[in-house]
Design a protein around this ligand. Structure first.
Ligand code: HSE
Length: 433
């Protein structure tokens, strides 16, 4: 057997510390098994301060080229996050013939095509299991096990922070702000939690999944993305009454040769598996022609689950290097030559929950119903609660399937009516498959 496979780590943040610890301790049984010797050779970070981890002397450096260009290093683990300088680091490592392991969803969703093409050209591999779903092996499943079947759709709860917030708002009636702080304290949130609550983190993960499942090279900015900031306890309670739970859902579906992709809060059936994915857990439901529905479930955030998965990618590569197996497996990740088109948002055709604050007067409902009729939106049910002679009451309208364009027009027109007060809430309904 050849000598030890040498690993270089770039970025000693929360996940980096977890990865370094696992690689230095090598306690898991895979290290004792057939993966062969693996050593952590260098760590680069621009901050050399103590991170509460015992590092062998001289291993930590400020000089990133000591990792990216070091001839003895076989695998570079990139845990810097964000686009630049991470993109340059990854491309430099590839140029120097290193395999790359990364958890960087922002980078892969924006520059995946460039990175996979560079890796293909140089004959190296890029593994990124930790970029989506934390500890859930969904990337491996889509690349290896499920790849033989045509995939119809993917529904993901891909962000632990927002799922934690929505769960606590649902179960405890807690406020959005307090639960966001709790999720941050628990270490689930991104450094800037706007990426979590705005849906951007889920969007980046969805773009990566859509590449694996459909060969689509989607640009994140083209995909409809809404966050959970406007969800209120009142919506959660109406959803429950209607038989739904509100989840931040990332959806990609094959639709007559094109791809429908979107991230938004969705009302999903209370009785299904996905509605019962709670706290920081993530779940991904994959529907395939051959295997039907499969649900992958596990911890989607946090230092230890994520670090474990990064190390499992390192071990996968180390075993292949030791055994002489082919290591460059990026070809299926390249966008299909014919290009996969995205269904424009205006063409979505979904049921909607619309909540308005209206004055409680004769004729108000008739006016609103007429407006929906004029936009060709059929109403399925209406709930009005309370009685307020001179004040507003909440009015909830569930629609049948309607086009996004007509719903948007109806919402704009509703907001101009004198009898409607305050912001109008709209939540899309997703029945799943
Ligand atoms: N901040 C992410 C989440 C974890 O809350 O799920 C890493 O993707």
């Amino acid at each position: 057997m050849a000598g030890s496979v040498q690993v270089g780590l770039v970025g000693l943040g929360t996940i980096g510390v977890g990865v370094a610890r696992l690689l230095l301790e090598k306690r898991s049984k895979v290290f004792a098994g057939d993966c062969g010797p693996v050593s952590l050779k260098r760590i680069a970070d621009k901050d050399l301060s103590d991170r509460g981890i015992d590092l062998p002397s001289g291993i930590l450096t400020e000089d990133v080229s000591a990792v990216l260009e070091e001839p003895e290093i076989d695998i570079v683990v990139e845990l810097v996050g964000g686009i630049e300088p991470a993109r340059t680091f990854v491309l430099t490592a590839i140029e120097h013939g290193k395999h790359v392991v990364t958890a960087n969803k922002a980078l892969l969703s924006a520059h995946g095509e460039e990175i996979f093409r560079a890796a293909q050209k140089r004959g190296v591999d890029v593994l990124f299991e930790a970029a989506v779903g934390g500890s859930i092996p969904i990337i491996r499943a889509l690349r290896e096990s499920l790849g033989t079947s045509a995939i119809r759709s993917i529904y993901g709860i891909l962000n632990g922070t927002t799922n934690y917030i929505l769960t606590r708002m649902t179960d405890d009636g807690a406020s959005y702000d307090a639960m966001l702080r709790a999720a941050q304290q628990l270490g689930f949130a991104e450094r800037n939690p706007v990426a979590d609550v705005s849906g951007k983190d889920s969007l980046q993960k969805l773009v990566i999944l859509a590449r694996l499942a459909f060969g689509a090279s989607l640009s994140p900015e083209d995909v409809l993305c809404e966050g959970i900031e406007r969800i209120t306890p009142m919506d959660i309670s109406f959803a429950q009454e209607l038989g739904y739970r509100i989840k931040l859902l990332a959806i990609a579906k094959e639709r007559e040769g094109r791809i429908e992709a979107r991230v938004h809060p969705a009302m999903i059936p209370l009785s299904g598996l996905m509605a019962n994915v709670k706290f920081e857990y993530n779940a991904i439901e994959v529907v395939g022609e051959e295997f039907g529905t499969q649900v992958f479930y596990g911890k989607g955030a946090g230092q230890r689950p994520t670090a474990t998965v990064v190390v499992s990618d390192v071990i996968d590569l180390a075993s292949r290097i030791h055994s002489g197996a082919p290591t460059c497996r990026v070809a299926p990740l390249l966008a299909s030559a014919s290009g996969v088109q995205l269904v424009p948002a205006e063409e979505l055709f979904l049921r909607h929950y619309v909540r308005l604050e209206v004055f409680d007067r004769a004729g108000v409902l008739a006016d609103i119903a007429r407006l929906f009729a004029e936009e060709n939106i059929s109403i399925e049910s209406v709930i009005q609660k309370g009685r307020a002679a001179s004040d507003t009451v909440p009015l909830v309208i569930m629609t049948h399937e309607a086009s996004e364009a007509s719903i948007e027009r109806a919402l704009r027109r509703l907001s101009t009516l004198n009898v409607v007060r305050g912001p109008i809430q709209r939540i899309r309904v997703e029945e799943l498959e």
